[in-house]
Design a protein around this ligand. Sequence first.
Ligand SMILES: C[S@@+](CC[C@H](N)C(=O)[O-])C[C@H]1O[C@@H](n2cnc3c(N)ncnc32)[C@H](O)[C@@H]1O
Length: 282
Amino acid sequence: MGTQSHEEKHEEPAFMNATGEHSSPEQDSWIDPAALASIPVPTLYHPCCGNDLEQPLSIFMNHISWFVFVDKAYHNPTGYKVRYDSAPRFLSRAGYKRTERTEARLDPDFVARKRMFECYIEPISVNEKWIGKKDKRSLTVTFRKGSGINSLLGPSDNRLPLGEIGVFFYRGDSFGEGGSAIPWGTKKEGPGRSGKYLLDLVLERMPPGALLVTDGSNMHLRRRRTDRHSPWYPLTAHGWSRTEPQRAFQTARPFFTPFGRLMTPVGYAGLRYGPTLAWRVD
Ligand SMILES: C[S@@+](CC[C@H](N)C(=O)[O-])C[C@H]1O[C@@H](n2cnc3c(N)ncnc32)[C@H](O)[C@@H]1O
């Protein structure tokens, strides 16, 4: 990764806001076009997303054909509710037309009987199909009321039929109030008590060339965000800082995960709870 070539590229960014709007520094983003072009499967999974929808859509809509946004507060008839109407508004502005909208619910009694983690979240999926008016490009967008973990990893029939993930997009989350407290980088658990971190299980679903886009939320060892000995330290190094994403990217270096995946920084995507960086997974 040469700073020089990155700066050259940044003068002519590969990422353009599809609606031609100006980006704020919070939104400023650039991802290496070669990394975008080599995303191996056109699926994006964004757990605990709230209404952080426009930037992932905008950056990836030419490379991803199925966006999955998951939040436990979608479709809540009562109580705390998160809306997702910014996504259809954005897609309309970007020249897409909705052609279909379907809703699927899992039987809540069935889910509760399974006694799985976070089984109190009754899963509902709204699936929308969109088509580009000019280029006829089709997109599927799923807004899933569900658990950020078990919608992806199960166990149970509650899992989405997602298969491999091309982009894992995750940021702005925490262990505090309102956050999911999902310990992606912390707990060793998983099928057969493999000793893997949750993040390893996610990475197993990501073929070489997939992108992890994150501000490092919940990827530190619990309560030790700045622990340099954490295997995930490169992801969390700027956690909760206002370090400019571009600067964080320029100083980020490749590293290996505990189970031997090579992570290479390939860009940045704004600020959340720290700069959001994009890492290519090999
Ligand atoms: C702090 S907000 C961040 C939202 C978004 N990532 C952002 O940066 O704007 C955390 C979100 O996670 C959702 N959430 C909390 N626990 C969850 C869980 N176990 N599964 C899925 N979503 C969850 C909340 O409803 C909330 O919308």
